[in-house]
Design a protein around this ligand. Structure first.
Ligand code: MCN
Length: 789
């Protein structure tokens, strides 16, 4: 019987009441008295030296309050945009980390680089004035492709990053891999591109800051996934103001997908201006502005070799990767193509030796950073394509080759050659289940039936594994993360038994307000409606690290469990006192504290009331109140995994690919809310299929983003998607967090992309096609079919 509340129940998302009835409060919904409107003048060229910026006409324009430039930023001695992750080269050379000015003063390095900020009484006045700023730029040759940026003679972007190299990083045993490749029965080689994507959250970025001079207090509302980190970076590294005098609020946020993790220049500039001008300043990005100022995703070019013995057993994997990080280092950028990428290259397989090298490059493009999956989709796409090409070359079925190489249940905990120790999983069982749901046995008949209609039918498998929430903090530190990766929770019980959960993570669509209440209600034996969840305001929540990397449940949720444990422990003390029993004799069950073996009991409500009305309380040994805080530093990453089958039909006359079936069997360990998890998988798959089918950020040779609007950048729509069949019956609980849960927020994106490409290539294999680059647009597929004729 499915549960109707608490852990394991598909409780309806309580936040949807406000989201679906227009009652949400997003940054742009917030207005402060006397606010000015900020508009940024951005570079129209990708690379150039700023000769002059003339703001006179703009400053004199109607309604203008201020025009601020890089010279003003320098005069106020503000810091640049900081990077939060230092990933050095394999030879020990320190990562190149050139300055990232808030406003470009000497050079512009990508189209969209902000040069000046206008603040005016109205938005239109600010826009009109920005158009009056005269900027003279001596244009320099631009480079947009990472491999070209690393080549001899490429335009040099930063003086202190020779050859545009960020780092030349490596992981694994190069000698063991070379030896295994030399002695292998067969080596499959694949070269592929993981194209650049634009994040495209529903709500564009926005920031509004108000300064209270009387109290010297600054409040910023911003579209952030992690308010505390933004506050820390902005206060300590950029504006040099006391962190505790700055309040950062991430109210309702309309999606982020990674792009709102980072601290952006606009947040600091708006805050700086509000303090300088002594009036609130508000900025909301336009969509076309988001295309050239939000961090973008992916952009890898990779060559890989997979060595096998005569039975198809994997012997070694060699990966040589080039990553494009754009014009500057965004907050987590250096970690994405390195530690988030290299560490998952073992996938679900026993691969005795792995070596990965990543060279990351600066280019004259918008910055690239974590985008749903962050490194893990790129790694998974590579392995899962490579395995399919290998299966074709070895004359083996795609599922059979995987089965021969799966890590077996009795091999856990399993240490990979790329630094991770997986705790649990049952990859064979997951694939068996997926085979059954996807009706693999019936595929041949469906293919024949499609062929009779003139359609090419193909089926593609992806058996992905991801790693969520780098852990523990000491490991994150050793990998160069300039932060800890724990999280926090505070539980406040009111005298009438209401419970408020203050969490250090941030929900921007993931349903935390519902699932976190389920956990607490379950543990305390009270109705879910009695529990409220607060997130996103540094003034009320304990210091937390925010939401990304599918960490909120496994790290933030575990902190909640710890805090509730403390509430229960204190409640037991109170109950023992009230019931005149020993603490050891108190049993807590279903919201009641009972003296073992008797019918003497107190309810949770009675305990709460006593905690705040402590008459007859042993004050020497018991504090009044019922409020506890906990921090949780995870012991290990969690390792969700799954088997995805994608079935497609291609119209050879038009190249149109239709996804006709999609089966996802995922292992997320224990699940708090199956419906929310299913929703996360749906959204994730749609994003993964979007990359595989239609999405691509395209720059021309001069660094202009050609796909800079929805006329040119294709987002997947509902009618591009089939019905997904999602299954969660093969869960193996995580062994090292108190919930036994694994993250689910990125899985669909990671697993779906290779499944679709494998399906398309499978449909075209009879025509001799062995690989195709994404996105598999009708044009590309049609051209490939024509070329193969
Ligand atoms: N959950 C559960 N049982 C599990 C795992 C998760 O019930 N075993 C629930 C959680 O309690 C939570 C939700 O599923 O309500 C997602 O949990 P989790 O996997 O911890 O992921 P996060 O909450 O940390 O969300 C981050 C993840 C990432 S990294 C991206 S990117 C992403 C995503 O979530 N961005 C999103 N999903 C998104 N969904 C929306 N609507 N908008 C985004 O921007």
């Amino acid at each position: 019987m499915p549960k109707d509340s608490g852990i394991g129940a598909s409780s309806k998302r309580r936040e949807d009441i406000r989201f679906l009835t227009g009652l949400g409060t997003y940054v742009d919904d917030i207005n402060r008295p006397g606010q000015g409107y900020a508009v940024f003048l951005r570079s129209q060229v990708a690379h150039g030296r700023i000769v002059s910026v003339d703001t006179a006409a703009a400053a004199a324009a109607p309604g203008v309050v201020a025009v601020l430039t890089g010279a003003d930023v320098a005069a106020d001695e503000l810091g640049g945009v900081p990077c939060g992750w230092q990933v050095d080269s394999a030879d020990g050379t320190q990562m190149k980390e050139p300055p990232h000015p808030l406003l470009a003063a000497d050079k512009v390095n990508h189209v969209g680089d902000p040069i000046a900020m206008v603040v005016a009484e109205t938005l239109d006045q600010a826009k009109d004035a920005a158009a009056l700023i005269e900027v003279e730029i001596e244009t320099l040759a631009a480079v947009v492709d990472a491999a070209e940026a690393l080549a001899d003679g490429a335009p040099q972007i930063h003086d202190d990053a020779p050859g545009n190299m960020v780092h030349d990083w490596a992981l694994g045993d190069a000698d063991a891999v070379a030896e295994a490749i030399a002695g292998a029965h067969h080596v499959t080689r694949l070269e592929l591109t993981n194209q650049r994507l634009v994040a495209n959250a529903m709500e564009p970025r926005a920031a509004l800051t108000e300064y209270d001079a009387g109290r010297d207090e600054t409040t910023m509302w911003t579209t952030t996934q992690n308010p505390h980190l933004t506050r820390l970076l902005m206060a300590a590294y950029v504006l040099h103001i006391p962190e505790h005098k700055l309040r950062v609020i991430g109210p309702d946020v309309g999606g982020g997908f990674g792009s709102k993790i980072f601290h952006y220049a606009e947040e600091a500039l708006v805050t700086w201006a509000a303090r300088k001008l002594r009036r609130p300043v508000k900025w909301t990005a336009e969509r076309s502005e988001s295309f050239i100022s939000d961090a973008q995703g992916r952009d890898h070019r990779t060559v890989a070799e997979l060595a096998m013995d005569e039975n198809g057993k994997f012997l070694a994997l060699k990966v040589d990767n080039i990553a494009n990080l754009g014009a500057y280092l965004s907050t987590f950028a250096p970690g994405c193509p390195t530690w988030f990428y290299g560490t998952v290259l073992s996938g679900q397989y026993v691969i005795p030796a792995i070596h990965v090298r990543t060279r990351s490059a600066f280019t004259n493009t918008v910055v690239v950073d974590a985008y749903r999956g962050a490194g893990r989709p790129e790694a998974t796409y590579l392995i899962e394509r490579l395995v399919n090409v290998a299966a074709a070359e070895m004359g083996l079925d795609q599922a059979e080759l995987r089965r021969r190489n799966f890590i077996q249940p009795d091999q856990f905990p399993y240490e990979t050659p790329v630094a991770l120790t997986y705790d649990t999983g049952d990859f064979g069982a997951t694939l068996d289940k997926a085979d059954q749901i996807a009706d693999i046995a019936g595929f041949a008949a469906r293919k024949a039936e499609a062929a009779a209609r003139g359609k090419l039918r193909g089926i593609g498998l992806s058996t992905y594994l991801e790693a969520c929430g780098i852990a523990p903090s000491r490991v994150a530190g050793a990998l160069g993360v300039r932060a800890g990766l724990y999280d926090s929770a505070k539980i406040r019980v009111t005298p009438t038994g209401g419970v408020t959960v203050f969490t250090g993570v941030h929900s921007h669509g993931q349903g935390h307000e519902t699932t976190f209440a389920q956990i607490v209600a379950d543990m305390l034996g009270i109705p879910e409606a009695q529990v409220d969840v607060v997130h996103g305001d540094t003034a009320s929540i304990p210091f937390g690290m925010g939401t990304y990397g599918s960490r909120s449940l496994v790290v933030g949720g575990s902190a909640i469990v710890k805090a509730v444990d403390k509430i229960i422990a204190k409640s037991i003390k109170i109950a023992a006192h009230l019931l005149e029993a020993s603490e050891d004799d108190i049993v807590f069950e279903n919201g009641e504290f009972t003296v073992k073996g008797t019918d003497k009991k107190k309810t949770f409500g009675e305990i709460a009331l006593t905690a705040y009305v402590p008459h007859n309380y042993p004050i020497e040994t018991l504090e009044p109140g019922l409020e506890e805080t906990a921090f949780y530093d995870p012991l290990n990453w969690t390792f969700p995994a799954g088997s995805y089958w994608c079935e497609v039909e291609i119209d050879p006359e038009t190249g149109v690919v239709e996804v006709v079936r999609f089966t996802a069997v995922d292992d997320f360990g224990n699940v708090i809310n199956p419906m929310i998890v299913e929703g996360q998988v749906h959204g994730g798959i749609a994003q993964g299929l979007g990359q595989a089918m239609i999405e691509r950020a395209v720059y021309d040779g001069d660094g202009q983003l050609l796909s800079g609007s929805y006329m040119d950048y294709a987002m997947p729509r509902a009618d591009d998607m089939p019905n997904f069949t999602v299954d969660q019956s093969c869960n193996t609980p995580c062994t090292h967090n108190p919930l036994g849960a694994k993250g689910c927020g990125e899985a669909g994106t990671i697993g779906a992309t290779p499944a679709l490409v494998n399906a398309v290539v499978d449909a075209l294999k009879d025509r001799g096609i062995t690989h195709m680059e994404m996105p598999l647009t009708p044009n590309r597929v049609w051209a490939a079919i024509q070329a193969a004729k």
